[in-house]
Design a binder for this molecule. Structure first.
Ligand SMILES: [Zn+2]
Length: 457
C-alpha cells in the first residue's frame, strides 16, 4: 500500500513538472554547455520554394538552429567547418503519409495487415518504427507524417523518444489511432468484433458527435500532433458536419486533420468541409482537384510506383494520371507513400537489401511518370510537405536564418536529374550531423536518458 502511495506521489510530481515546461525547446543533446557553432560550405544550395540554386554559400548553425545563410557569411573563430563544397545542399524531405510501426509481409500474412496486427505486438512495432525512423533520416527525410496503424500509440512514443534525445530521427508528426466509424477499415467477424473488441486499438471508433469529441481529445492527450480519420472507409462514413467537428476539435489541441478518402462522394465532403490534407484520393475528378486548389487543400496521394517488388503498370499509370491532374489544376501536391510493407524481393541490382528510406524515395518514379518538372517535385517534397505537416509555423523546413538546421547534401543536381535525391551523402537534423560522406555517424546521438528534457513530447 505504501509503495502505491509513493508511486502515485512520484507520478503526480512528474505530471505537474511536465505542465510547467510545455513548449520548451531542448538543446539537441548538448546539455548545458555553450551552443556549438558549425559553418557548412555548400557548393550549390537549392531554394526549393523558387527552384533556383546559388553557388558557394555558407550556412551558419548554432545549436539546433540556422543563424545565417549567404555567400559572404563571416565564420566565427572556433566554429567547426563542414565542407560540402562538392555537394548540392537542400532542406530535408517530407513524407506526408506513412506508417513506421506497420510492416505487413507476404509471409506469413499474405500482405494482409489485419493479420500483422494480430501477430506483431505494439512493443515490437515500436522497435520497428525506431529502425524505420533511422532509415528514413538516412535518406534525407527530416519530417515524417505517421498517420495511424501504429498499434497502441507506437507513433507518439517514437516521437517522444526522438524529441527527448534517446535516438536521432526525423520530426515525427504522429496521429495516434485512426478515428473511424464502426469497423474502421476492418471487416471482422461478429465474434471477433463483439467478444474480442478486435477493431481497437488499430482504430478508434467514433459514431456520434460526442464520440468524435472524445476520440479526438484522447488522441491529443496521448501525444497526437495530427488527427487522422477514416472518412469514407464504410458507406456510413462521416458527414460534412462531422468533419467540421473533427477540424474544430483538433484545432483546440493545435492539430490539423488528415483523412483517408477513397470515394468521389467522400472527397466532395472533405472538400466542402475544408479539410487540411486528403490522403489517397484516387477517385478524385479534375473538377474536384480544381476545388481543392481553390481551397488550398493538400493532397497526399500515396503514389505507388511499379517496381520489381511492388505495384502494377496500371496502378502506376492511374496514380500518375491522378497526380498530373492535381498538379495541372494547382493543388498543393505533397510527396507521400503509404510505405508500410516488406518482401524478399526488395533488393538492389547487387543483391543488397533496400532500406525503408530507399524504398520511400523510390516513389519519385511515379512523379517522373506524371511528367512533373524537377523543381516542382522538389517543392512537393519540401515546402508543400512542411505546410501539410504544419511544421512551418514551428520554424522547421527551409534553409533560412531562424529555422531548425535540417539539412541534406547530395551528389549531382536534382534540378537536372531528380534521381540525384536517391544518393544522400549528408544529413544534419536539428543541427547535429547524422550522416557524413554517405555513412551514418550515430556517435554522440544515442543517449541513456532524455537529454533534451523529459517534458518534450
Ligand atoms: Zn496509409
Amino acid at each position: 500500500m505504501l509503495k502505491r502511495v509513493v508511486i502515485v506521489a512520484v507520478l503526480l510530481g512528474v505530471g505537474s513538472l511536465g505542465l510547467e515546461a510545455q513548449g520548451g525547446r531542448g538543446r539537441g543533446g548538448q546539455g548545458g554547455a555553450a551552443q556549438k557553432v558549425t559553418a557548412i560550405r555548400a557548393g550549390r544550395l537549392i531554394d526549393t520554394d523558387t527552384g533556383t540554386a546559388a553557388v558557394n554559400q555558407i550556412i551558419l548553425v548554432q545549436g539546433e538552429m540556422i543563424t545565417d545563410v549567404g555567400p559572404n557569411v563571416a565564420i566565427p573563430a572556433g566554429a567547426e567547418i563542414i565542407d560540402l563544397s562538392r555537394l548540392t545542399v537542400l532542406p530535408g524531405f517530407v513524407d506526408t503519409h506513412t506508417h513506421e510501426a506497420m510492416t505487413y509481409k507476404e509471409i506469413p500474412e499474405n500482405n494482409t495487415y489485419y493479420y500483422t496486427y494480430i501477430t506483431d505486438p505494439t512493443p515490437l512495432r515500436a522497435i520497428q518504427a525506431a529502425s524505420n525512423a533511422l532509415q528514413l533520416l538516412s535518406s534525407g527525410f527530416t519530417v515524417v507524417c505517421d498517420v495511424g496503424n501504429n498499434g497502441l500509440y507506437a507513433d507518439t512514443a517514437l516521437r517522444q523518444a526522438i524529441e527527448q534525445g534517446w535516438i536521432p530521427g526525423p520530426t515525427i508528426i504522429p496521429s495516434g489511432l485512426i478515428i473511424g466509424t464502426t469497423g474502421g477499415q476492418f471487416t471482422p467477424s461478429p465474434e471477433m468484433y463483439k467478444y474480442h473488441n478486435i477493431v481497437y486499438p488499430e482504430y478508434l471508433e467514433a459514431n456520434s458527435r460526442d464520440e468524435i469529441v472524445k476520440a479526438v481529445r484522447e488522441n491529443l492527450l496521448f501525444g497526437a500532433k495530427v488527427i487522422k480519420i477514416c472518412l469514407d472507409c464504410k458507406p456510413w462514413g462521416y458527414s460534412v458536419d462531422d468533419i467540421k467537428l473533427f477540424i474544430a476539435e483538433a484545432a483546440l489541441g493545435g492539430a490539423k486533420v488528415n483523412a483517408h478518402v477513397q470515394t468521389r462522394d467522400g472527397a466532395q465532403r472533405a472538400i466542402d468541409a475544408g479539410l487540411h490534407v486528403i490522403s489517397h484520393g484516387q477517385q478524385i475528378t479534375p473538377e474536384q482537384h480544381a476545388q481543392m486548389a481553390a481551397k488550398g487543400i493538400y493532397l497526399a496521394s500515396t503514389d505507388t510506383p511499379f517496381t520489381g517488388y511492388r505495384g502494377s503498370a496500371e496502378g502506376q499509370k492511374h496514380a500518375a494520371d491522378q497526380l498530373k491532374s492535381a498538379y495541372d489544376k494547382g493543388v498543393p501536391v505533397t510527396f507521400s507513400t503509404d510505405m508500410d510493407y516488406w518482401n524478399e524481393k526488395m533488393k538492389n541490382e547487387k543483391g543488397d537489401w533496400l532500406n525503408r528510406g530507399d524504398l520511400t524515395i523510390a516513389f519519385l518514379q511515379t512523379w517522373k511518370a506524371a511528367g512533373i518538372p524537377a523543381k516542382d517535385i522538389l517543392k512537393a517534397l519540401t515546402i508543400n510537405g512542411y505546410k501539410a505537416a504544419d511544421v512551418y509555423k514551428d520554424q522547421r523546413g527551409p534553409i533560412k536564418a531562424g529555422y531548425f538546421a535540417d539539412i541534406v547534401g547530395i551528389q549531382g543536381d536534382p534540378l537536372a536529374d531528380i534521381d540525384a535525391l536517391r544518393n544522400v551523402q549528408f544529413v544534419m537534423k536539428n543541427g547535429a550531423v547524422f550522416k557524413k560522406n554517405g555513412v551514418i555517424t550515430i556517435d554522440g546521438l544515442l543517449h541513456p536518458g532524455p537529454v533534451n528534457g523529459f517534458r518534450r513530447r
